[in-house]
Design a protein around this ligand. Structure first.
Ligand SMILES: NC(=O)c1ccc[n+]([C@@H]2O[C@H](COP(=O)([O-])OP(=O)(O)OC[C@H]3O[C@@H](n4cnc5c(N)ncnc54)[C@H](O)[C@@H]3O)[C@@H](O)[C@H]2O)c1
Length: 474
C-alpha cells in the first residue's frame, strides 16, 4: 500500500500546504537500487573524527579507503593525533575539511571513533565533533559512532560513558530523522576490529535507509570476516519461509540479488503466488505448512537431496490473530504460538541434526510488538519476544558451528498485514517514527540479507530493529 500523504507532501502544493499548517513532512528516503558494490563510497567523502584516545582510527581508515571514500578530518580537533598516527602507519592520506560552501566536496557521512572515552568529561569530544556540523549533514546523510560495549569497559565511569553513546544516538536520531538522515552506533567487541568492514559499509549505505538510532554489537567473529563485498552470497543455499508475498518475497529476492540460490516455502494454498514470486529470480518453491508435523523432516530432506545442504535459514512466516486476552479463544493463542514460534524451534532442531552446513547463518523475524507490546496482541507479542530470547540462547550453539543466528524486529512495514489496519492507527504507525513513515518490505529484506551474509560475521545473538526509530518501544 502506498503512503499517499508522503507522496502529497513531496509535491510543490503539498509541501507548502503542510508547511503552512505545521503538518509533518516526511522525507523521501534514498534506498539502494541495486546490489552491493565492491567500492560503494567511490567518489564520495566521509568525515572522520575521534576521541583523544580513540583506538580504531587505523581500522576505520582502511575500511573507508577500501570502500572508495576520501577521508576528511578537521584540523582543530582533540582526536586528530590518533587519526594522523593511523594515516602515517597505513599510508592512507587525509584531506582537510572543506569550506562549507564547497558543495562538491561535502561529506556524505560523519564517522566518530568514541572508543577510549573514559569518563563524562571526555564525551565532550563527541559534542565538539558533531555539534558544529549538524547543519552540514545532508539529506539521507549518515552518522556512525563506534564505541565499546559498557560491559567491556574497564571502569564504571568508562561503562557509563559507553552507555551514554546509546542515549546520544537515540536522541540525535530524533533530531536528524526529518531529513532522512540516520545515526547508528556500532559497539566493537575486543577481537572484532577485523570484522568492522561489513557493518560499517552496510550502515553507511542506502541499503540501511530505514535503520536509525540502533546499537549494533559485534562479538569476535564466528566465521571468517567478509573479504568479498560484491555478491557475497554466491554459492550459498538459502531457505525463506512465508516467501509468497510481503516481506518474505522481498527477502527471497534480495538474497538472490546477492547471489544465493533461494528456496521459498509457503502454505499449499499460496503455491501459485509462491511460484510467481520465485520464478522472477530462479528460486525453487516448496509448498508446505510449516506447522505440519512432517514439515521439519520434509524441509531437511528436500534441501539436502536437491541442494546438498543449507547455508542460510530465514524464519519469516508469521501471523497475527489479535484479540484482547479476555476475548481470546484458545485456538487463536495456539495458532499464533505455533506458526510464529513453535514451528521455528522444531524446524531448527531438525536442520541442526541434518541438513545445515557448517557456517550456516539464521535470521528470525521478530517485531517491535515484541519489545513494546500492543493491546490485543498478547499472543503475537509473546512469540516475537520469544524469538529474541531464542536467538540469544542459540547464539553459542551456532557459533560452535562457525555460524550465527540473529533476529530482525520490523516496525510498521507497508504490507498486506498493515494494509488491513484501520486508517487512524495506520497513520499513527507511519508518522510516529523519526523518519516519519512506514518502512517497505525491501528495508527488512536488506537487514536480513546483511545478517545472513559474511558482512555480519561478528553479529550473533542480536536483534536489529528496522523501524525508522518508531517511537513504539524505543
Ligand atoms: N508488516 C509489518 O508491519 C510487520 C511488522 C513486524 C513484524 N512483521 C513480521 O514479518 C513477517 C512477515 O510479515 P508480512 O507483513 O510480510 O506478512 P504477510 O501476511 O504479508 O505474509 C506472511 C507470509 O507467511 C505465510 N505463512 C503464514 N503461515 C504460514 C504457515 N503456517 N506455513 C507457511 N507459510 C505461512 C503466508 O502465507 C504469507 O505468504 C511476519 O513474521 C510478521 O510477524 C511484520
Amino acid at each position: 500500500m502506498s503512503d499517499r500523504y508522503l507522496d502529497f507532501t513531496q509535491s510543490a502544493f503539498g509541501k507548502s500546504l503542510s508547511g503552512l499548517l505545521g503538518l509533518p513532512q516526511p522525507p523521501r528516503l534514498r534506498r539502494a537500487t541495486g546490489p552491493y558494490a565492491a567500492r560503494p563510497l567511490d567518489g564520495q567523502s566521509v568525515m572522520l573524527g575521534s576521541a583523544a584516545n580513540g583506538e580504531l582510527a587505523a581500522a576505520l581508515l582502511v575500511v573507508l579507503k577500501e570502500a572508495g571514500a576520501t577521508v576528511q578530518v578537521a584540523t582543530a580537533h582533540a582526536g586528530l593525533s590518533p587519526i594522523k598516527a593511523a594515516s602515517a602507519a597505513t599510508g592512507i592520506s587525509l584531506k582537510t575539511e572543506p569550506n562549507p560552501e564547497d558543495r562538491a566536496a561535502a561529506p556524505v557521512a560523519f564517522v566518530f571513533d568514541a572508543t577510549g572515552i573514559a569518563d563524562a568529561t571526555q564525551l565532550r569530544a563527541l559534542y565538539d565533533f558533531l555539534q558544529p556540523r549538524v547543519g552540514r549533514i545532508p539529506a539521507n546523510g549518515r552518522v556512525l559512532l563506534l564505541g565499546r560495549a559498557p560491559a567491556d569497559a574497564g571502569t564504571p565511569a568508562a561503562a557509563a560513558a559507553a552507555a551514554a553513546l546509546r542515549g546520544f544516538t537515540r536522541s540525535f536520531g530524533k533530531e536528524i530523522g526529518k531529513k532522512g538522515a540516520t545515526v547508528n552506533l556500532i559497539e566493537v567487541g575486543r577481537g572484532a576490529e577485523d570484522a568492522l568492514a561489513g557493518p560499517l559499509r552496510f550502515l553507511l549505505s542506502p541499503h540501511a535507509a530505514y535503520i536509525t538510532a540502533q546499537t549494533l554489537a559485534l562479538n569476535a567473529p564466528a566465521g571468517d570476516p567478509a573479504s568479498k563485498f560484491f555478491a557475497p552470497l554466491g554459492g550459498k543455499v538459502a531457505v525463506v519461509t512465508g516467501a509468497a508475498r510481503g516481506i518474505g518475497a522481498a527477502i527471497a529476492a534480495t538474497l538472490a540479488r546477492e547471489g544465493a540460490q533461494v528456496v521459498g516455502i509457503d502454505r499449499p494454498q499460496e503455491e501459485g503466488a509462491l511460484g510467481e514470486t520465485l520464478s522472477a529470480f530462479g528460486g525453487f518453491g516448496l509448498a508446505l505448512d510449516i506447522t505440519a508435523a512432517d514439515a521439519p523432516q520434509r524441509i531437511a530432506q528436500e534441501l539436502t537431496t536437491r541442494f546438498g545442504g543449507i547455508d542460510i535459514v530465514v524464519h519469516n512466516a508469521g501471523i497475527t490473530r489479535d484479540k484482547m486476552l479476555k476475548n481470546m479463544a484458545p485456538h487463536l493463542w495456539d495458532m499464533v504460538l505455533d506458526v510464529n514460534f513453535g514451528a521455528i524451534l522444531r524446524i531448527n532442531d531438525a536442520l541442526l541434526a541434518h541438513g545445515l552446513n557448517d557456517g550456516a547463518r539464521m535470521v528470525c523475524i521478530s517485531s517491535i510488538g515484541g519489545i513494546a507490546g500492543n493491546a490485543g496482541q498478547t499472543n503475537y507479542g509473546a512469540t516475537k519476544a520469544g524469538v529474541m530470547g531464542y536467538v540469544e540462547a542459540m547464539a553459542p550453539v551456532m557459533a560452535r558451528r562457525g555460524g550465527a543466528i540473529n533476529a530482525v524486529a520490523p516496525g510498521f512495514i507497508e504490507t498486506a498485514m498493515t494494509a488491513q489496519m484501520p486508517t487512524g492507527p495506520r497513520e499513527v504507525g507511519r508518522r510516529l517514527a523519526s523518519l516519519g513513515q512506514g518502512g517497505l518490505p525491501i528495508d527488512i529484506a536488506e537487514a536480513v540479507t546483511f545478517l545472513a551474509s559474511p558482512l555480519a560475521s561478528a553479529v550473533n545473538g542480536r536483534t536489529l530493529r528496522v523501524c525508522g526509530q518508531n517511537f513504539v518501544g524505543a
